[in-house]
Design a binder for this molecule. Structure first.
Ligand SMILES: O=c1nc[nH]c2c1ncn2[C@H]1C[C@H](O)[C@@H](COP(=O)(O)OP(=O)(O)OP(=O)(O)O)O1
Ligand SMILES: [Mg+2]
Length: 202
């Protein structure tokens, strides 16, 4: 099955996370797509009742497309730590609580790991592009790495200061945007989305 192509016009970024909205804008910049965020349109933040990243991305994209009447792109992502059986996983945002306190969420990851030797983890990103008629395309990306402590760097968002990508020397929190986009889970998912829905001749 070939994917449905994005035909141009306005695209809703169906996220209420400013860090994500910024990164998605940077990743879409080369395509000249006119974007508007869910927040700017005053769209509600749907409850994330899915039990996978893909299910939650689909649910957010479909809700935004139905409410706005525009194609909508959602991102559901998170940090999965191997020694914690994949936690916080789809609960990554919820670990930061109502206050969205990621210093607290990062400390929770570190204390859950304790003396554990296996600090391997991955960031996962599911992207869903939904149209107002209910059609939806989904893509997944991943980046492998390790949890480090203490947190390092002021760049990025969320758990970036404790994520050291495999074979890297800087955490995502220390990298500039371009360096993160060269390897991130979000950029990996984007490459697949672009090839399927924005590419020439499919
Ligand atoms: O590149 C990343 N660098 C650091 N942390 C990250 C990243 N990508 C996801 N994360 C963490 C933090 C985020 O809060 C959570 C996603 O949770 P998730 O529900 O998908 O997003 P969200 O609630 O923050 O915004 P929204 O649902 O409106 O898009 O995983
Ligand atoms: Mg969310």
């Amino acid at each position: 099955m070939t994917a449905r192509r994005f035909q141009g016009g306005r695209l809703v970024i169906a996220s209420h996370n400013a860090g994500k909205v910024r990164e998605i804008g940077e990743l879409l910049a080369p395509f000249g797509t006119e974007v508007v965020s869910a927040g700017a349109l005053g769209l509600p933040e749907p409850e994330e009742t899915g039990d996978t990243f893909v299910a939650n991305a689909e649910l957010k994209a479909r809700a935004a497309a139905a409410a706005s009447g525009l194609p909508s792109l959602a991102d559901d992502s998170g940090l999965a730590v191997n020694a914690l059986a994949g936690a916080p996983g789809i609960y990554s945002a919820r670990w930061a609580g109502q206050a969205k306190d990621f210093a607290f969420a990062m400390a929770k990851v570190q204390s859950a790991l304790g003396e554990e030797k296996d600090r391997s983890a991955r960031f996962v990103c599911a992207l869903a592009l939904a149209w107002p008629d209910g059609h939806c395309e989904t893509f997944e990306g991943v980046v492998e790495g390790d949890i480090v402590w203490p947190p390092k760097g002021e760049n990025g968002f969320g758990y970036d200061p404790i994520f050291l990508p495999k074979d890297g020397i800087l955490t995502f929190g220390e990298m500039d945007a371009a360096a993160k986009h060269a390897i991130s889970h979000r950029a990996d998912a984007f490459t697949k989305l672009v090839a399927a829905c924005f590419g020439v001749g499919n």
